[in-house]
Design a protein. Sequence first.
Length: 365
Amino acid sequence: MRPGRKDIVVWLSHIEGISNRNIERLINYFCNIEEIWYAGKKHIIKALGHRNTIVDKIIKNRNQQSIVEIFKNLNSNNILPLTIYDPLYPHKLKNIYDPPYVIYIKGSKIDFDVPLISIVGTRRATPYGRWAARQFAKELAKWNVGIISGLALGIDTCSHIGALEGNGYTIGVLGCGLDQYYPASNRSLTDKIFENGCIISEYRSGTPPLKHHFPARNRIVSGLSDGVVVIEAPERSGALITVDFALDQGKDVYALPGNINNMQSKGTNKLIRDGARILLEVDDIIENLKYKYPMCKIDMEQSARDDLSESEMQVFNVIKRNPVNIDLIINETGIKAAELNSILTILEIKGYINQMPGKIFTVVK
């Protein structure tokens, strides 16, 4: 049976020693990636620039049994492979520089279209930094904002824990295969994330946590995010690599101000000096997310669904996106002015909205 495009890209990612750039070269060389299944050795050498060791492994493993075994192992370990050609591949990631051609995902919830904020920082966090990471993640979870981080010790760990404490959605991005628990001390946290979110990696199972994998994985952390929060970071920090990627990708960067005498806040304070958004409260993030998503606290939204009529909920859904005037509500809902005035009065009495000067309506925070 002739393997399809997805089969071949996943198979290529399992060739020992192959990199994302190697796969990119093969895709750029062959008009159709499926041609690699039949191409002569000289063409594969030309595509990869005489990387003979990898070429020999491609030739050696170019058989149907290899593909069957790869997908059998993925299925048995509940790992979902997504290639850049899959419709479910996250569009946020597809648009970054050097997007991974394959990402491997494991977990009970997979959703890349919700608001996502990455929280990053030093492994050697202060008690204040650990508290802040946990608290901001927990507060963001109440707004249905997913939290992304790298499952490292320190700030990463605290941000994942905070999201789970807020009954929120969290994504961990690894610099190794999904069969590895890294760091080992986060084994139980990783298992909890499997139950309440997902873990992703661009590396096949069996790939160890090599040092150079971690800066590379940071482009995925920022790429999936709508914004990057830096809690604590010294002047030389992996978190600042994530910031560099975020800036290249056009993402918002927020930094928590810290004690000027604390080495762990040197990097964050300099970010603020250089133009990062200063982070003082969760609303600093939510206000920017409102330009992209309809934002509402989970407890209020659940209460509204239980408490409001269909027409009341329709109006509430318009107002929760952004403060709006009555004319815009009429345009969006098609509800006549007399009926709308009655609905707005009910929503205000029930405590879901406030009326501001100029007939502007906003949700109660």
